[in-house]
Design a protein around this ligand. Structure first.
Ligand SMILES: Cc1cc2nc3c(=O)[nH]c(=O)nc-3n(C[C@H](O)[C@H](O)[C@H](O)COP(=O)(O)OP(=O)(O)OC[C@H]3O[C@@H](n4cnc5c(N)ncnc54)[C@H](O)[C@@H]3O)c2cc1C
Length: 365
């Protein structure tokens, strides 16, 4: 079957839906959005049960529909800051945004459809429910909204070997697998690993029962600088701190030291060099909680987990049958190289500010 559309948007995650939403609002065009997942929402469909947006809800989603009610949280690590949607709320939000898009009559959203690439008569799309192959004749552009597709623990291929009998779960299964008396080895350096540790601490696991296998130490933004609305002055302050540090820094190391000294960036252990910067953020309360974990293994990435030891790039550490290993090693946003957003026949939506900063910071992203 040959169908036609002005735009074919590949990927119904935040990028694809936001792009389609803006197209439908701004131009008299027909848009087809496809995704090989079972529903719109991208990586939020497979996310861990206690995940929340890193940023306030006010910043996230499509232009035409607000996410959340701009409430200020009163309890927990986000107290005093604007609400951050749970994974389930984000998922429901994207379902509603998709419903509104399709109601315009100018946008169709096809889930369980996979883009295979350009064919002789158009873009090749496979309906994964029936196996049928369709050609979509694209009158204007293909929008590659999968370019920054997130890699998450629930769906990535575990990048190390695991011996039979070792208890290893993706962070998604942590609440179901956690048991009293258990010890934990949290694997990963980033925000997902931090979330796993905070979940354990919040659920009364003593810090000395948590071993954090942290190949690299990360820089985190202070969440106070990312508040909208009544607290928007904090954003201006954060930007001015960036500008001031950038203006005076002699080199990249000096830049990060200045950003830390100003309170813009923080690392969990100020005595240890941080070499990773992925633009994620923590509140002061989260930082304080994470600093309780003293058993940090810094021997590089995990190569394999055996019954009684974890073999890493630069050594090994003990483990055992009473240890639940929690996989938080997925990449998150992928490291696809920067590419022109507007290309012949193709548009590649990308986040332009902090990702550019990351890519030009000289640090591994
Ligand atoms: C735990 C977590 C929390 C985050 N919190 C925030 C936050 O608070 N604020 C923020 O701005 N960002 C946050 N991010 C970053 C977030 O990843 C992005 O903002 C955004 O959700 C990514 O959307 P995306 O559409 O680019 O990617 P994805 O959500 O990964 O969507 C890409 C889609 O493309 C589909 N696809 C891929 N290949 C094909 C193909 N060949 N055919 C059809 N479909 C295909 C995939 O199935 C997928 O659904 C967070 C990320 C994570 C992992």
């Amino acid at each position: 079957m040959l169908v036609s559309s002005d735009y074919l948007v590949v990927g119904a995650g935040a990028s694809g839906l936001a792009f389609a939403d803006a197209l439908v609002a701004e131009a008299d065009v027909e848009v087809t959005v496809i995704d090989h997942r079972r529903a719109p929402g991208g990586h939020w469909l497979d996310t861990y049960p206690f995940v929340r947006l890193h940023t306030p809800s006010a910043y996230y989603g499509v232009n035409s529909l607000a996410l959340g009610k701009d409430r200020i949280d009163e309890v927990s690590e986000n107290a005093g800051y604007y609400e951050r949607a749970t994974g389930e709320e984000v998922f429901e939000y994207f379902a509603e945004a998709t419903g509104r898009l399709t109601q315009t009559g100018r946008c169709r959203v096809l889930t369980r459809h996979e883009h295979l690439g350009a064919g002789s008569d158009g873009e090749q799309v496979r309906d994964l429910s029936t196996g049928e192959l369709h050609e979509v004749a694209v009158r204007r552009k293909v929008v590659d909204a999968r370019y920054l597709e997130a890699s998450i623990p629930a769906t990535h291929a575990t990048p190390f070997q695991v011996a039979p009998g070792v208890r290893l779960v993706p962070i998604n299964d942590l609440p179901a697998a956690a048991q009293s008396g258990c010890s934990y080895a949290v694997l990963g350096s980033g925000k997902t690993a931090a979330d796993a540790c905070i979940w354990l601490l919040d659920n009364d696991v003593q810090p000395d029962r948590i071993r954090w296998i942290r190949p690299r130490d990360a820089w985190f933004y202070d969440r106070s600088h990312f508040q909208p609305l009544e607290q928007v002055g904090a954003i201006m302050e954060g930007i001015s701190l960036d500008a001031e540090a950038g203006a005076h820094a002699a080199n990249v190391d000096d830049l990060f030291e200045r950003l830390e000294a100003s309170g813009r960036l923080a690392r969990i252990d100020p005595a240890w060099p941080a070499t990773m910067y992925r633009g994620t953020m923590l509140s002061a309360r989260e930082l304080a909680a994470l600093r309780q974990i003293a058993d940090v293994v810094r021997l590089g990435r995990v190569r394999r987990i055996e019954a009684d030891r974890i073999v890493l790039e630069r050594g090994e550490t003990k483990t055992g049958a009473g240890v639940l290993h929690v996989d938080c090693t997925a990449l998150g946003l992928n490291n696809a190289p920067a590419t022109p957003i507007f290309q012949p026949g193709r548009i590649v939506p990308e986040a332009c500010t902090w990702i550019v900063t990351q890519r030009h910071s000289g640090l591994p992203v």
